[in-house]
Design a protein around this ligand. Structure first.
Ligand code: IPM
Ligand code: MG
Length: 354
Protein backbone atom coordinates (compact mmCIF):
# COMPACT_ATOMS: atom_id res chain seq x y z
CA UNK A 1 0.00 0.00 0.00
CA UNK A 2 1.36 3.32 -0.98
CA UNK A 3 0.09 6.07 1.29
CA UNK A 4 0.61 9.76 0.58
CA UNK A 5 0.99 11.73 3.80
CA UNK A 6 0.07 15.41 3.50
CA UNK A 7 0.56 16.96 6.95
CA UNK A 8 -0.41 20.52 5.96
CA UNK A 9 -0.42 23.41 8.43
CA UNK A 10 -0.93 24.33 12.07
CA UNK A 11 -1.46 21.23 14.17
CA UNK A 12 -1.64 19.14 10.96
CA UNK A 13 2.00 17.98 11.11
CA UNK A 14 1.76 17.09 14.84
CA UNK A 15 -1.36 14.99 14.53
CA UNK A 16 -0.31 13.40 11.22
CA UNK A 17 2.96 12.34 12.83
CA UNK A 18 1.03 10.33 15.45
CA UNK A 19 -1.00 8.52 12.79
CA UNK A 20 2.23 7.83 10.92
CA UNK A 21 3.60 6.16 14.08
CA UNK A 22 0.62 3.81 14.01
CA UNK A 23 0.81 3.09 10.27
CA UNK A 24 4.56 2.46 10.49
CA UNK A 25 4.01 0.02 13.35
CA UNK A 26 1.50 -1.90 11.25
CA UNK A 27 4.02 -2.46 8.49
CA UNK A 28 4.92 -6.14 8.18
CA UNK A 29 5.66 -8.74 5.51
CA UNK A 30 1.97 -9.39 5.14
CA UNK A 31 1.05 -5.71 5.23
CA UNK A 32 3.58 -3.65 3.37
CA UNK A 33 3.03 0.02 3.95
CA UNK A 34 5.00 2.64 2.10
CA UNK A 35 4.62 6.24 3.27
CA UNK A 36 5.58 9.29 1.26
CA UNK A 37 5.20 12.87 2.49
CA UNK A 38 4.32 15.98 0.46
CA UNK A 39 3.30 19.57 1.13
CA UNK A 40 -0.26 20.90 0.87
CA UNK A 41 -2.08 24.06 1.96
CA UNK A 42 0.05 26.87 3.35
CA UNK A 43 3.00 24.50 3.45
CA UNK A 44 2.51 23.90 -0.28
CA UNK A 45 2.34 27.63 -0.90
CA UNK A 46 5.53 28.19 1.09
CA UNK A 47 7.37 25.35 -0.66
CA UNK A 48 6.15 25.74 -4.22
CA UNK A 49 3.94 28.84 -4.45
CA UNK A 50 0.81 26.71 -4.78
CA UNK A 51 -1.47 25.26 -2.06
CA UNK A 52 -1.65 22.10 -4.17
CA UNK A 53 1.79 21.73 -5.79
CA UNK A 54 1.84 19.63 -8.97
CA UNK A 55 4.17 17.09 -7.32
CA UNK A 56 1.74 16.68 -4.41
CA UNK A 57 -1.20 16.09 -6.73
CA UNK A 58 0.82 13.55 -8.69
CA UNK A 59 1.82 11.72 -5.52
CA UNK A 60 -1.81 11.70 -4.41
CA UNK A 61 -2.88 10.27 -7.78
CA UNK A 62 -0.23 7.56 -7.63
CA UNK A 63 -0.96 6.60 -4.02
CA UNK A 64 -3.53 4.01 -2.96
CA UNK A 65 -4.75 6.29 -0.18
CA UNK A 66 -4.00 9.70 1.29
CA UNK A 67 -3.64 10.77 4.90
CA UNK A 68 -4.12 14.49 5.45
CA UNK A 69 -3.49 16.57 8.58
CA UNK A 70 -5.15 19.98 8.24
CA UNK A 71 -4.67 23.16 6.23
CA UNK A 72 -4.89 26.86 6.97
CA UNK A 73 -3.17 29.63 8.91
CA UNK A 74 -3.70 33.31 9.65
CA UNK A 75 -0.66 34.30 7.61
CA UNK A 76 -2.32 33.03 4.44
CA UNK A 77 -5.73 34.66 4.90
CA UNK A 78 -4.88 37.77 2.88
CA UNK A 79 -3.50 35.90 -0.14
CA UNK A 80 -5.52 35.93 -3.37
CA UNK A 81 -8.18 33.22 -3.03
CA UNK A 82 -6.57 30.66 -5.42
CA UNK A 83 -3.41 30.73 -3.30
CA UNK A 84 -5.11 30.15 0.04
CA UNK A 85 -4.58 26.84 1.85
CA UNK A 86 -8.27 25.85 1.71
CA UNK A 87 -8.08 25.88 -2.09
CA UNK A 88 -5.46 23.13 -1.93
CA UNK A 89 -7.90 20.97 -0.03
CA UNK A 90 -10.88 21.78 -2.25
CA UNK A 91 -8.85 21.16 -5.40
CA UNK A 92 -7.49 17.80 -4.30
CA UNK A 93 -11.05 16.68 -3.42
CA UNK A 94 -12.23 17.77 -6.87
CA UNK A 95 -9.22 16.53 -8.87
CA UNK A 96 -9.46 13.07 -7.29
CA UNK A 97 -13.25 13.05 -7.54
CA UNK A 98 -13.65 12.36 -3.81
CA UNK A 99 -17.38 12.95 -3.83
CA UNK A 100 -18.45 10.90 -0.80
CA UNK A 101 -17.41 12.23 2.57
CA UNK A 102 -18.07 9.95 5.53
CA UNK A 103 -18.07 11.64 8.92
CA UNK A 104 -18.97 9.33 11.79
CA UNK A 105 -19.87 10.77 15.18
CA UNK A 106 -19.97 8.27 17.98
CA UNK A 107 -19.50 8.74 21.67
CA UNK A 108 -17.00 6.94 23.85
CA UNK A 109 -18.92 6.31 27.09
CA UNK A 110 -16.02 7.70 29.14
CA UNK A 111 -16.29 11.01 27.30
CA UNK A 112 -19.98 11.63 27.97
CA UNK A 113 -19.01 14.29 30.50
CA UNK A 114 -16.85 16.12 27.97
CA UNK A 115 -19.88 16.76 25.75
CA UNK A 116 -21.62 20.09 26.13
CA UNK A 117 -24.93 18.18 26.12
CA UNK A 118 -26.38 16.19 28.99
CA UNK A 119 -24.91 12.66 29.18
CA UNK A 120 -28.36 11.06 28.75
CA UNK A 121 -28.85 12.94 25.47
CA UNK A 122 -25.57 11.74 23.97
CA UNK A 123 -24.74 8.41 25.62
CA UNK A 124 -24.80 5.65 23.04
CA UNK A 125 -24.70 8.14 20.18
CA UNK A 126 -23.53 6.60 16.91
CA UNK A 127 -24.35 8.39 13.71
CA UNK A 128 -22.76 8.78 10.31
CA UNK A 129 -22.97 11.87 8.16
CA UNK A 130 -22.54 11.19 4.45
CA UNK A 131 -21.71 14.56 2.93
CA UNK A 132 -21.45 15.18 -0.81
CA UNK A 133 -18.04 16.78 -1.30
CA UNK A 134 -17.44 17.92 -4.88
CA UNK A 135 -20.54 19.90 -5.82
CA UNK A 136 -23.00 22.45 -4.42
CA UNK A 137 -22.17 26.04 -3.51
CA UNK A 138 -18.54 25.05 -3.08
CA UNK A 139 -17.97 24.48 -6.77
CA UNK A 140 -21.08 25.81 -8.58
CA UNK A 141 -20.60 28.34 -11.36
CA UNK A 142 -21.14 31.22 -11.79
CA UNK A 143 -19.53 32.66 -8.70
CA UNK A 144 -17.73 35.86 -7.86
CA UNK A 145 -17.89 39.41 -6.61
CA UNK A 146 -18.85 42.05 -9.15
CA UNK A 147 -20.29 45.53 -9.32
CA UNK A 148 -24.00 45.30 -10.06
CA UNK A 149 -26.24 47.56 -12.11
CA UNK A 150 -26.85 49.75 -9.07
CA UNK A 151 -23.11 50.33 -8.83
CA UNK A 152 -22.58 48.41 -5.60
CA UNK A 153 -20.48 45.32 -5.03
CA UNK A 154 -22.39 42.06 -5.05
CA UNK A 155 -21.21 38.58 -4.15
CA UNK A 156 -22.80 35.46 -5.61
CA UNK A 157 -22.41 31.68 -5.56
CA UNK A 158 -24.46 29.01 -7.21
CA UNK A 159 -26.06 26.05 -5.47
CA UNK A 160 -26.09 23.36 -8.13
CA UNK A 161 -26.49 19.58 -8.25
CA UNK A 162 -27.00 17.33 -11.25
CA UNK A 163 -29.06 14.19 -10.72
CA UNK A 164 -26.05 11.93 -11.31
CA UNK A 165 -24.15 13.75 -8.58
CA UNK A 166 -27.00 13.25 -6.16
CA UNK A 167 -27.55 9.64 -7.18
CA UNK A 168 -23.97 8.46 -6.72
CA UNK A 169 -23.68 9.87 -3.21
CA UNK A 170 -27.17 8.63 -2.36
CA UNK A 171 -26.04 5.09 -3.27
CA UNK A 172 -23.12 5.43 -0.86
CA UNK A 173 -25.49 6.64 1.85
CA UNK A 174 -27.88 3.73 1.35
CA UNK A 175 -25.04 1.19 1.21
CA UNK A 176 -23.66 2.48 4.49
CA UNK A 177 -27.13 2.46 6.03
CA UNK A 178 -27.47 -1.21 5.00
CA UNK A 179 -24.35 -2.01 7.03
CA UNK A 180 -25.60 -0.03 10.03
CA UNK A 181 -29.08 0.58 11.42
CA UNK A 182 -30.85 0.70 8.01
CA UNK A 183 -32.15 4.22 8.59
CA UNK A 184 -31.31 7.10 6.32
CA UNK A 185 -32.35 10.70 6.79
CA UNK A 186 -31.85 12.93 3.76
CA UNK A 187 -31.30 16.55 4.77
CA UNK A 188 -31.98 19.51 2.47
CA UNK A 189 -34.11 22.63 2.17
CA UNK A 190 -36.71 21.53 -0.36
CA UNK A 191 -39.29 24.01 0.97
CA UNK A 192 -37.20 26.86 -0.44
CA UNK A 193 -34.54 25.59 -2.89
CA UNK A 194 -35.03 23.93 -6.29
CA UNK A 195 -31.66 22.20 -5.91
CA UNK A 196 -33.04 20.54 -2.80
CA UNK A 197 -36.30 19.64 -4.53
CA UNK A 198 -34.32 17.70 -7.15
CA UNK A 199 -32.10 16.23 -4.42
CA UNK A 200 -35.17 14.85 -2.66
CA UNK A 201 -36.64 13.39 -5.87
CA UNK A 202 -33.41 11.62 -6.77
CA UNK A 203 -32.98 10.25 -3.24
CA UNK A 204 -36.52 8.85 -3.37
CA UNK A 205 -35.79 7.23 -6.75
CA UNK A 206 -32.53 5.72 -5.46
CA UNK A 207 -34.32 4.37 -2.38
CA UNK A 208 -36.23 1.92 -4.63
CA UNK A 209 -33.05 -0.15 -4.79
CA UNK A 210 -32.80 -0.31 -1.00
CA UNK A 211 -36.24 -1.40 0.20
CA UNK A 212 -34.88 -2.43 3.61
CA UNK A 213 -33.66 1.07 4.43
CA UNK A 214 -36.16 3.34 6.16
CA UNK A 215 -35.89 6.69 4.41
CA UNK A 216 -36.90 10.01 5.92
CA UNK A 217 -36.43 13.62 4.86
CA UNK A 218 -35.66 16.62 7.00
CA UNK A 219 -35.14 20.31 6.33
CA UNK A 220 -31.68 21.41 7.34
CA UNK A 221 -32.83 23.93 9.92
CA UNK A 222 -34.86 21.26 11.67
CA UNK A 223 -31.94 18.81 11.40
CA UNK A 224 -29.66 21.33 13.11
CA UNK A 225 -32.19 21.56 15.91
CA UNK A 226 -32.83 17.81 16.15
CA UNK A 227 -29.09 17.14 16.41
CA UNK A 228 -28.97 18.90 19.75
CA UNK A 229 -32.48 17.92 20.87
CA UNK A 230 -32.36 14.19 20.23
CA UNK A 231 -29.29 13.15 18.22
CA UNK A 232 -29.85 9.45 18.84
CA UNK A 233 -32.80 9.44 16.42
CA UNK A 234 -30.25 9.47 13.57
CA UNK A 235 -28.41 6.58 11.96
CA UNK A 236 -27.16 7.86 8.58
CA UNK A 237 -27.61 11.49 7.55
CA UNK A 238 -27.23 12.07 3.82
CA UNK A 239 -26.71 15.67 2.78
CA UNK A 240 -25.07 18.08 0.36
CA UNK A 241 -21.73 19.84 0.64
CA UNK A 242 -22.60 23.05 2.46
CA UNK A 243 -25.21 21.59 4.81
CA UNK A 244 -22.87 18.68 5.55
CA UNK A 245 -20.03 21.04 6.37
CA UNK A 246 -22.16 22.78 8.98
CA UNK A 247 -23.97 19.77 10.42
CA UNK A 248 -20.78 17.73 10.78
CA UNK A 249 -19.17 20.39 12.94
CA UNK A 250 -22.32 20.46 15.04
CA UNK A 251 -22.44 16.66 15.32
CA UNK A 252 -18.79 16.50 16.33
CA UNK A 253 -19.41 18.49 19.50
CA UNK A 254 -22.03 15.98 20.63
CA UNK A 255 -19.16 13.57 21.12
CA UNK A 256 -17.23 15.86 23.41
CA UNK A 257 -14.60 17.13 21.05
CA UNK A 258 -14.05 17.79 17.40
CA UNK A 259 -10.61 16.29 18.10
CA UNK A 260 -12.06 12.78 18.21
CA UNK A 261 -13.56 12.42 14.76
CA UNK A 262 -11.97 11.11 11.63
CA UNK A 263 -13.34 11.15 8.11
CA UNK A 264 -13.06 9.45 4.76
CA UNK A 265 -13.50 11.04 1.34
CA UNK A 266 -14.01 8.42 -1.33
CA UNK A 267 -14.16 8.21 -5.10
CA UNK A 268 -16.09 5.68 -7.20
CA UNK A 269 -13.40 3.04 -6.61
CA UNK A 270 -13.11 3.64 -2.88
CA UNK A 271 -9.76 5.27 -3.24
CA UNK A 272 -9.80 7.78 -0.46
CA UNK A 273 -8.37 10.65 1.43
CA UNK A 274 -8.52 10.40 5.21
CA UNK A 275 -8.42 13.40 7.50
CA UNK A 276 -9.57 14.56 10.91
CA UNK A 277 -12.65 16.75 10.59
CA UNK A 278 -11.07 19.50 12.70
CA UNK A 279 -9.06 22.32 11.22
CA UNK A 280 -5.44 23.42 11.60
CA UNK A 281 -6.03 25.23 14.95
CA UNK A 282 -3.12 27.67 14.45
CA UNK A 283 -3.68 29.04 17.97
CA UNK A 284 -2.42 25.81 19.54
CA UNK A 285 0.02 24.69 16.82
CA UNK A 286 3.48 23.61 17.90
CA UNK A 287 2.52 23.29 21.58
CA UNK A 288 2.10 19.51 21.61
CA UNK A 289 -1.41 19.82 23.06
CA UNK A 290 -3.54 18.88 20.03
CA UNK A 291 -5.61 15.71 20.07
CA UNK A 292 -4.21 13.22 17.51
CA UNK A 293 -7.02 10.69 17.96
CA UNK A 294 -9.12 12.03 15.07
CA UNK A 295 -6.19 11.52 12.72
CA UNK A 296 -5.38 8.10 14.15
CA UNK A 297 -9.04 7.13 13.73
CA UNK A 298 -8.87 8.43 10.15
CA UNK A 299 -6.04 5.95 9.55
CA UNK A 300 -8.36 3.23 10.88
CA UNK A 301 -11.02 4.34 8.40
CA UNK A 302 -8.41 4.09 5.65
CA UNK A 303 -7.80 0.44 6.53
CA UNK A 304 -11.55 -0.20 6.53
CA UNK A 305 -12.76 1.69 3.48
CA UNK A 306 -9.86 1.77 1.02
CA UNK A 307 -8.12 -1.49 1.87
CA UNK A 308 -11.02 -3.57 3.17
CA UNK A 309 -8.93 -4.51 6.22
CA UNK A 310 -11.64 -4.46 8.87
CA UNK A 311 -9.52 -6.37 11.37
CA UNK A 312 -6.70 -3.87 11.17
CA UNK A 313 -9.20 -1.01 11.50
CA UNK A 314 -10.69 -2.71 14.57
CA UNK A 315 -7.24 -3.07 16.11
CA UNK A 316 -6.56 0.65 15.77
CA UNK A 317 -10.02 1.59 17.07
CA UNK A 318 -9.66 -0.78 20.01
CA UNK A 319 -6.27 0.70 20.84
CA UNK A 320 -7.90 4.15 20.99
CA UNK A 321 -10.70 2.77 23.18
CA UNK A 322 -8.13 1.24 25.50
CA UNK A 323 -6.25 4.50 25.89
CA UNK A 324 -9.48 6.36 26.64
CA UNK A 325 -10.32 3.61 29.12
CA UNK A 326 -6.95 4.15 30.80
CA UNK A 327 -8.02 7.72 31.53
CA UNK A 328 -5.48 9.35 29.24
CA UNK A 329 -6.74 12.65 27.80
CA UNK A 330 -5.50 15.50 25.70
CA UNK A 331 -6.56 18.96 26.90
CA UNK A 332 -9.70 19.13 24.74
CA UNK A 333 -11.26 16.04 26.35
CA UNK A 334 -9.79 16.41 29.82
CA UNK A 335 -12.14 16.25 32.78
CA UNK A 336 -11.10 16.25 36.45
CA UNK A 337 -10.00 12.79 37.58
CA UNK A 338 -8.43 11.89 34.25
CA UNK A 339 -4.79 12.22 33.26
CA UNK A 340 -3.79 15.01 30.89
CA UNK A 341 -1.09 14.26 28.31
CA UNK A 342 0.25 15.86 25.14
CA UNK A 343 -0.16 15.04 21.48
CA UNK A 344 2.99 12.94 21.06
CA UNK A 345 2.38 11.10 24.34
CA UNK A 346 -1.13 10.27 23.17
CA UNK A 347 0.30 8.87 19.95
CA UNK A 348 2.75 6.77 21.97
CA UNK A 349 -0.02 5.53 24.25
CA UNK A 350 -2.10 4.35 21.29
CA UNK A 351 0.99 2.73 19.80
CA UNK A 352 1.63 0.89 23.07
CA UNK A 353 -2.01 -0.24 23.23
CA UNK A 354 -1.78 -1.43 19.63
C1 IPM B 1 -14.15 20.74 6.23
C2 IPM B 1 -13.55 22.13 6.23
C3 IPM B 1 -13.34 22.55 4.78
C4 IPM B 1 -14.69 22.58 4.11
C5 IPM B 1 -12.61 23.90 4.61
C6 IPM B 1 -11.28 23.91 5.34
C7 IPM B 1 -12.42 24.27 3.17
O1 IPM B 1 -14.36 23.01 6.93
O2 IPM B 1 -13.50 19.81 5.73
O3 IPM B 1 -15.26 20.59 6.75
O4 IPM B 1 -15.40 23.58 4.20
O5 IPM B 1 -15.05 21.57 3.50
MG1 MG C 1 -16.01 22.11 7.91
Amino acid sequence: MKIAVLPGDGIGPEVAAQAVKILSALHSDALQIELEHAAIGGAGYDAAGDPLPAATLQLARDADAILLGAVGGYQYDKLPRPMRPEQGLLRIRKELNLFANLRPASLYPELADASSLKPEVVSGLDLMIVRELTGDLYFGQPRGIHVNAAGEREGYNTMRYSESEVRRVAHIGFQIAMKRGKKLCSVEKANVLETSELWREVVIETAQEYPEVVLSHMYVDNAAMQLVRNPKQFDVILTGNIFGDILSDEASMLTGSIGMLGSASLDENRKGMYEPIHGSAPDIAGQDIANPLATILSAAMMMRYSFGLDEVADRIENAVKKVIGQGLRTADIYTPGTHKIGCAAMGDAVLAAL
